[in-house]
Design a protein around this ligand. Structure first.
Ligand code: PBG
Length: 331
């Protein structure tokens, strides 16, 4: 009798489907990005990221309490730096009393067991909106990584558990690892943005931090001399392999959904935890389509997250983390 194999048998009802499910999502999978601003009493919605906010430190506790209660216990910090404190070298990033350093202390003080990861990059501090120091229109590599190493020390001093360099300069993982070790921060980890593409999906994030490259003569208009070309697959292997050799503890692929092939490649080829970043533009797309009634928000959100697990991600940085866990708790 044809067909002898009937795959639909395993899809007969929900209990059976649950039994044969290959991947599922829990709060442990998530890394929650947090945007911090200077000031008091600020919880402002980011225009291109509906229902996502920038918090001043005094407004952060309610958010942290909620995250902790939901089981979301790892955060990735970004700061919005006042214009007046920006320069070419990002000097404010080393201020021991700067916003990032205060944010780290604030969170570790309230939740010592929360994993605090920090963005290590120049762009929020750069008057030019670039991830590197600029001279004569060129992004300097070696000067920048020396600076990123100092920035990492500063975050470690403030109490960060992990630093997460998102700049894509060459050699920065080794420079940072050696600097951390020289300062006896041997237990501070590095989550490297290893395969980070020059993506237009970062648009809303740059609105959130006011960190887009400026439109000035002799300043590169985009990040294509350091972030990767979206056409390239083999190069992601090369980038990731180097970061691992240089001492990365976790490697990240970014953006997420358009780069699931890369997530799977890296998962198959290397044996350390793989993170993926569902970036601001991916979030904005789903929100906008849902607002228009064109997509079912919750279903598309869950489908997008399970796709990361299926592709091989161990850690998912996503602006949907809270919504996903709340939704799963209801079901
Ligand atoms: C910059 C940085 C960016 C993001 C994280 N770190 C933007 C960029 O490279 O221009 C993007 C995150 C997102 O879009 O959600 N160091």
């Amino acid at each position: 009798m044809f067909p002898i194999k009937r795959n639909r048998r395993l899809r007969t009802n929900q209990t059976l489907r649950n039994l044969v499910k290959e991947n599922s999502i829990t709060a442990n999978d998530f890394l929650v990005p947090l945007f911090i601003v200077e000031g008091n009493n600020i919880k402002e919605e980011i225009a291109s990221m509906p229902n996502y906010y920038r918090f001043s430190l005094d407004q952060l506790d309610a958010e942290l309490n909620e995250l902790w209660a939901l089981g979301l216990r790892s955060v990735l910090l970004f700061v919005k730096v006042p214009e007046a404190l920006k320069d070419n070298e990002g000097k404010e990033a080393l201020n021991p009393n700067g916003l990032m350093q205060r944010a780290i202390k604030h969170i570790k003080n309230l939740y010592p067991e929360m994993i605090v990861m920090t963005d290590v990059a120049l762009d929020p501090y750069s008057i030019y909106g670039h991830d590197g120091i600029i001279e004569d229109g060129v992004i300097l590599n070696d000067e920048t990584i020396a600076f990123l190493a100092e920035m990492s020390i500063s975050h470690a001093e403030a109490g960060a558990d992990f630093v997460a360099p998102s700049d894509m300069m060459d050699g920065r993982i080794l420079e940072i690892r050696e600097a951390l070790d020289d300062h006896d921060y041997t237990n501070i980890g590095i989550m490297s943005y290893s395969a980070k593409y020059a993506s237009a999906f970062y648009g809303p994030f740059r609105d959130a931090l006011d960190s887009a490259p400026v439109d000035l003569k002799n300043i590169p208009k985009d990040k294509k001399t350091y972030q990767m070309d979206p056409s390239n697959r083999i190069e992601a292997h090369r980038e990731t392999e180097l970061d691992i050799e240089e001492g990365a503890d976790i490697v990240m692929i970014k953006p997420g959904m358009p780069y699931l092939d890369i997530v799977r490649d890296i998962k198959n080829e290397f044996d350390l935890p793989i993170a993926v970043y569902q970036v601001s533009g991916e979030y904005a797309m789903i929100k906008a389509a849902a607002e228009k009634g064109w997509l079912n928000h919750d279903e598309v959100m869950l489908e997008s997250i399970i796709a990361f697990k299926r592709a091989g991600a161990d850690i998912i940085a996503s602006y949907f983390a809270k919504d996903v866990i709340k939704l799963l708790a209801k079901n």
